[in-house]
Ligand binder design. Structure first.
Ligand code: BGC
Length: 767
């Protein structure tokens, strides 16, 4: 410890002793007295201590002398000041379930449940189900003594290579926002908090702590901010986490326009903003911007104390941010004295995880009704991930669950035989890999290891002993790095495996099913003709293996649909040329040149064919859409749209119905169509129907006109398109907007700090 630090610590101790000499009863107490009175009784040091966490969990001796860790494996904590009745708050990851350390054998500690990843959950198109998952997840947060879950993460899937896409929901802001809001409501119904993250434009992991996302005001408002706006307004998270990246020149955590003007003033956010771990560079700028809490904290204490002493920061700003933190603390279970059990009902939560996984999976192909399986007794299981299911991604989105059921075990539990030679081969392959690696590398070793090559002759020798072949292709990714185009594509070994297995099984009239146990979008167009069926399972948590066998068996009818587009090739992705940024090898700037043309907004407008379009997914039954009705021919302030979905097939099923709007191109350029509402039907029995009804308000019609910083609904004819996917439109109707509507005027903020060319279909309209 330096001399300066020792003196500082000594001073602090002396101060605490003096403060404690005063009886506690004379001092204002948080929860009993006004927050202002508590702040007035705080020293400058205490104020500064409140504005940040206690540092890295691995830092054994933080200057305050307190333990950095309250709950082992959690991500951080805030300080407590007993003399003023201020308790600590513990925060921990993450989006697919609580991430804390587990201590096998310790009767006080249990594992947490691994739920499906956010991408998988979005594929349910079922906000009610996502809320139920949130409820179960939040109960684990509460019962493990954590106050805030660092979730949900709702950044847009701008490019399939972003390493963290699995933690995020969709390429569409409406889905991201609605799913995020549902997750927040579910989690917070337990009396614990959430942290909506990463605010905003954190769509690249390469150089994530410095990269500058250069985004036009319109793309920002309509795509990147929109989901956050919906989640904040409809979910009311206790906290928001600013992102690592810069946005239009400034770190998001130092950007007042972003976290005060937009988040608080325009959207009415009342909670606290915390930084991402070590995010940003200038603590004073962060405080001024309204980034109240610095995580994991500690390092910036001297900087802020000096700023207070030198008056380079106004103490009123510090007081404002402390007040917000104290208001937040009062909501926490720890402050309220909740005695956590350490024993959430893991059995019940496993069931929730499984029910969710049932609806996450997307049936991409099912030729000749290959699925559900008929007359199958013995299954030949190819691919390493058939024997080790990938439950979720890596990094802070990971969960320490006890066990993820494998596809092999699920088949066996489901009453099927597994072809023995393959089982022996892959088990030996995996065991050898694990035996030869260090303990700390074992966890995801198999996920990232190359697939086992098999000779044609070996494959052919398996055909006789099995009724069907199931091949699993696995992918994993995570925080801190982006995927490569190589990872997006299937390797030669994987493609040959699919080709050779298909040829061998088809030669004798047997079927082949491919399972995609992946976290994000991969290439499908170059191999999808080979197998008979393809089931995209995503990374569906610890119970995903069971759900997939239920779907293959037909005890569960698949109802998942894609919350993003699957391009024909990576080169077709609108941001492919510019991702991750400039210069390519070590990017500094990431110009979002595609503008608002993200995902289907691009493919549909520019007529670029996809492998599987946004909203796509098959079922074992069929649905008929009918009776589309609009509440009037012209729009005044609202428009109600109703229609009926009927199950006209032979088995019960759920349908994710989608409503798109195609807006007139009067003053502003518009994408071909945009999703404006969606709903999942109940489980409809054959012959059963359900009427769905959506209300479109002015804001849903409007686009953001940067020139006047306002949301405007252009005049003209709007086409309502209702259907089963963005391409499978079943019903259409139109209504008129007689006069342009100025829906909302916003602040003229967050403009790009560099000139860049944005994609546009027309030179004449305002982009
Ligand atoms: C991640 C956050 C996470 C935090 C705490 C950061 O590296 O970006 O998403 O919540 O760590 O673990």
């Amino acid at each position: 410890m330096t001399m300066k630090k020792s003196l500082f610590v000594f001073g602090l101790c002396l101060l605490s002793v003096l403060c404690f000499a005063q009886t506690k009863a004379e001092l204002p107490q948080l929860g009993k007295d006004k927050v202002e009175a508590v702040i007035a009784a705080m020293t400058q040091e205490e104020k500064v201590y409140m504005l940040m966490g206690l540092g890295d969990a691995n830092w054994a001796n933080p200057p305050s002398g307190e333990k950095t860790v309250i709950i082992s494996g959690s991500s951080g904590r805030t300080w407590n000041i007993p003399r003023l009745g201020i308790t600590a708050a513990v925060v921990s990851d993450g989006p697919a379930g609580l991430r804390i350390d587990v201590h096998p054998g310790d009767p006080d500690f249990f594992y947490c449940t691994a739920f499906p990843t956010a991408t998988a959950l979005a594929s349910t198109w079922n906000t009610g189900l996502v809320e139920t998952v949130g409820k179960a997840m939040g109960n684990e947060v509460l019962e493990h003594g954590v106050d805030v879950l660092l979730a949900p993460a709702i950044n847009i899937h701008r490019n399939p290579l972003c390493g963290r896409n699995f933690e995020y929901y969709s390429e569409d802001p409406l889905i991201a926002g609605k799913m995020g809001a549902a997750m927040i409501r579910g989690l917070q119904s337990n009396g614990v908090g959430t942290s909506l993250k990463h605010f905003v434009a954190n769509n690249i992991e390469t150089n994530r702590t410095s990269i500058n996302a250069v985004v036009s005001q319109r793309a920002l408002r309509e795509i990147y901010l929109r989901g956050f706006e919906i989640a904040v307004k409809e979910g009311q998270p206790w906290t928001v986490m600013s992102s690592y990246n810069r946005l239009n020149g400034f770190y998001t955590s130092e950007n007042r326009d972003l976290i005060t003007t937009v988040l608080r003033d325009e959207w009415g956010f009342k909670g606290i903003v915390m930084s991402d771990w070590w995010g940003g560079a200038d603590a004073v700028a962060q405080m001024n911007a309204g980034n109240d809490l610095l995580m994991p904290g500690c390092a910036q204490r001297e900087e802020l104390l000096n700023a207070l002493k030198n008056k380079t920061i106004d103490e009123k700003i510090i007081d404002r941010n402390v007040a917000r933190i104290l208001n937040f603390i009062q909501q926490t279970p720890r402050f309220k004295g909740y005695t956590y059990s350490g024993h959430p009902d893991l059995k019940a939560h496993a069931q929730v995880s499984r029910c969710a996984a049932d609806e996450c999976m997307v049936l991409l192909k099912n030729e000749y009704n290959t699925l559900p399986l008929k007359g199958v007794k013995t299954v030949a299981l190819f691919g390493k991930t058939s024997y080790r299911f990938i439950a979720g991604g890596t990094g802070s989105g990971e969960v320490n669950y006890e066990k993820a059921i494998s596809i092999k075990e699920s088949f066996t539990d489901g009453g099927y035989q597994i072809a023995k030679p393959l089982d022996v081969l892959y088990t030996h392959f995996i065991d050898t890999l694990l035996a030869n690696s260090k303990e700390e590398n074992k966890k995801q070793l198999v996920d990232f290891h190359a697939e086992l090559p098999l000779s044609k002759r070996w494959i052919e020798s398996q055909v006789k002993g099995s009724d069907i072949a199931v091949i699993t292709i696995g992918r994993n990714a995570g925080e801190g790095w982006d995927r490569s185009v190589v990872d997006f594509s299937l390797t030669a070994v994987e493609k040959n495996l699919i080709k050779d297995v298909s040829a061998a099984y088809h030669a004798v009239g047997k079927k082949v099913v491919v399972i995609l146990n992946v976290g994000g979008v991969i290439s499908t167009a170059d191999w999808r003709d080979d197998p008979d069926a393809i089931l995209l399972t995503w990374q569906t948590g610890q119970e995903g293996g069971r759900s997939l066998v239920d779907i293959l068996k037909g005890t569960v009818n698949p109802s998942g649909k894609l919350p993003m587009s699957f391009p024909l090739t990576y080169a077709d992705v609108p941001s492919a040329k510019i991702f991750p940024g400039e210069p390519k090898e070590n990017p500094v700037n990431a110009p979002y040149e595609e503008g608002f043309y993200v995902g289907y907004r691009y493919y549909d407008t520019f007529k670029v064919p996809t492998a599987y379009e946004f909203g796509y997914g098959l079922s074992y039954t069929q649905f008929r859409y009918s009776d589309l009705r609009l509440s009037s021919n012209d729009f005044s302030d609202k428009m109600t749209v109703t229609f009926t979905v009927k199950n006209i097939g032979k088995v019960a099923g759920k349908e994710a119905a989608q409503l798109y709007l195609s807006a007139p191109q009067a003053e502003m350029e518009k994408p071909e169509q945009e999703l404006k509402a969606f709903a999942k039907t109940n489980l409809l029995k054959p012959g059963e129907s359900q009427q769905l009804s959506f209300t479109l308000d002015e804001r849903l019609l409007a686009s953001f006109r940067s020139g006047i910083s306002a949301w405007v609904a252009d005049k003209g004819i709007y086409e309502v398109r209702v259907g089963a996917s963005s391409k499978d439109i079943r019903l259409k109707a139109s209504f008129g907007v007689p006069q342009a509507i100025l829906v909302e005027k916003d602040h003229n903020v967050l403009y790009p700090n560099r000139v860049f060319k944005e994609l546009s279909v027309s030179k004449n309209l305002e982009p």
